[in-house]
Design a protein around this ligand. Structure first.
Ligand SMILES: [Ca+2]
Ligand SMILES: [Ca+2]
Length: 557
């Protein structure tokens, strides 16, 4: 049942509220403004060396020959030097998401709390410097890389009346974060030594994700990454060896920032990776991590040195096949198993908990000259019992994106509400520890989800893509406070004992991509409607449909 009260307008068969439409139109005007500014800068810069516009054409199969190449790229005595620049502006808007009943902390006379954020603006400015001798002194090669996010994240808007932690459109901009400051020395296939600050990425990005894998032509991917995993790393590698192209690598990390590190946490990692078929058509890789995370806390004046130690086993495989003369089928698979122990979120019975988590993601892409299809299938384990001494909820990296609303927005807002309601002073007894770790912060978690999409090239540089995301919970949604009141049996934030069907999200996107001498301008709109399933069962009226979308403008020079 739709609880939007304004009389609806029918658009693409979906019912939108008038207020949402007016919000949307304001956003369109604003984003067109930003897009215009960016395009003007872009045209100005491209005129400096306006030689060819061949890359602007998306007809036939020219896309592969059109890839980003920094305008600044030059060779000094055969050494490649480049200074890539990336500017991104995204505007988000979403309709209201219910957050259940109000509690004493809210200090409000309203019975129900809703997350109804104002539209929010997200900006990213990333500058790099790269020096690479490439094949100049073969078998030796040397490269050095620097990259810094001068600004990244929501910096304006997103305000709401709801009290919660890590809300999806909350202002969280970070400044001057160094992503790369490293050097690499290679001696043929014998040895590669790499050291310094760098980003970390593996496979489909379920776990290690560098925040540099966004939408690409033909990907039909609803992605707009920010941040990314950053480490201070010392790495040695050898290979590729033999006809099988085997590469072995070992690394020691001090984690600077990733999605698992919060507050004053410190983490160290040891990583072993083996790749069979390095840079070949068929590739299989194994990645094993041993991670120790120290979590210093002071609770009631007592120092608590909590710790999480886990072993991670991650395999990734990819290949592709030709289908007829004009089509190609690409397949990728990543599976992650995490096993270990943590002192986080203890219960009276269990001071420390076992960590046992599993995730499997698979991506299938059928690529044709003018259209194609993509199928993403994801399993991520969930946890419905807070007192069993086992932490089973796998959290994918937030830059591993599955649609716009369900994981990124709705479950993030609702799980972000839990620390407020579960620690309400009107509750009898002490609140559970480490409730600030409960919000999902944009992660895909607790789900079996399928996301089939199609894409079609509409004309020069224009691509339309979309499809339905269908998602089930691995376990029912469990809110800490409501489940506690129910004797530990899972009850969601809205007070219902829900089923497993999370719901259906319909996502649609349109992109315009223009290349000029290797520089890239990318404009896009992505919109979605989420129809809640029985997992969001409420005590009162059914949870309403949630609408949302974002406008994106990105320029890379
Ligand atoms: Ca990560
Ligand atoms: Ca559990």
């Amino acid at each position: 049942m739709d609880t939007i009260h304004h009389s609806g307008t029918t658009m693409l068969g979906l019912r939108f509220s008038r207020s949402y439409i007016s919000e949307l139109s304001t956003q369109i005007k604003l984003s067109v403004g930003v897009a215009l500014c960016l395009s003007l800068t872009f045209v100005e810069i491209s005129q400096i060396s306006a030689r060819d516009r061949t890359c602007a054409s998306f007809s036939k199969v020219e896309v592969s020959s059109c890839s980003y190449r920094p305008l600044s790229r030059l060779a000094i005595k055969g050494v490649r030097v480049e200074v890539p620049l990336l500017l991104s502006q995204t505007m988000w808007s979403a309709s209201s998401t219910p957050l259940g009943e109000s509690v004493f902390t809210d200090q409000t006379s309203n019975d129900q709390i809703d997350y109804d954020p104002r539209r929010a603006f997200n900006f990213q400015a990333r500058l790099g410097l790269s020096v690479d001798t490439r094949k100049l002194y073969y078998p030796f090669s040397f490269s050095a890389h620097y990259e810094q996010d001068f600004m990244s994240g929501f910096f304006r808007g997103g305000e709401s009346d709801a009290q919660a932690i890590a809300l999806p459109l909350q202002q969280n901009a970070s400044y001057n974060k160094i992503r790369k400051a490293n050097a690499r020395l290679t001696l043929g296939p014998f040895l590669t030594i790499q050291g310094g600050r760098m980003t970390s990425h593996w496979g489909l990005g379920l776990l290690a994700n560098d925040g540099a894998h966004g939408w690409r032509p033909e990907s039909a991917y609803f992605g707009d990454p920010r941040g990314g995993d950053r480490v201070n790393r010392l790495q040695v590698a050898t290979g590729p060896w033999t006809r099988q192209k085997i590469l072995l690598s070992f690394a020691l990390d001090q984690v600077v920032e990733d999605d698992i590190l919060l507050n004053e946490d410190e983490a160290k990692q040891m990583i072993f990776a083996a790749i069979y078929g390095y840079k070949k058509k068929t590739q299989i890789g194994a990645y094993a991590v041993s991670r120790t995370q120290d979590i210093p806390q002071v609770i009631d004046g007592v120092d608590r040195q909590k710790q999480t130690t886990v072993q991670v086993y991650d395999i990734y495989a990819k290949t592709h096949w030709p289908i007829g003369e004009r089509y190609r089928l690409h397949a990728e698979l990543e599976a992650v198993f995490i096993n270990g122990e943590t002192d986080l979120a203890p219960s009276p019975e269990f001071i420390s908990s076992d960590v046992v988590q599993l995730a499997i993601a698979s991506k299938w892409q059928l690529k044709g000259p003018m259209s194609g299809g993509v199928l993403d299938v994801v399993y991520a384990s969930g946890d419905q019992n807070f007192d069993d001494g086992a932490q089973n909820a796998f959290r994918a990296d937030p830059n591993f994106e599955m649609g716009l609303l369900l994981f990124r927005h709705i479950l993030t807002a609702q799980s972000g509400r839990a620390p407020i309601t579960a620690s309400d002073p009107n509750l009898v007894g002490r609140p559970n520890e480490d409730l600030d770790r409960f919000p999902t912060r944009g992660s895909v978690t607790n789900t079996i989800a399928v996301f089939p999409r199609g894409w079609v090239r509409l004309g020069e540089g224009f691509e339309l893509y979309g499809g339905p995301l269908l998602a089930w919970g691995d376990v029912p949604l469990a809110d800490p406070r409501n489940s506690r009141f129910n004797g530990g049996y899972p009850v969601n934030l809205l007070g219902g004992q829900g089923g497993r069907y999370l719901g259906t999200e319909v996502d649609l996107g349109l992109r315009y991509l223009l290349y000029m001498n290797g520089a890239q301008l990318n404009l896009g709109f992505e919109g979605a409607a989420f129809y809640p399933g029985d997992a969001f069962e409420t005590t009162g009226e059914a949870m309403p449909t949630v609408y949302g979308g974002r406008f994106m403008a990105q320029a890379r020079f």
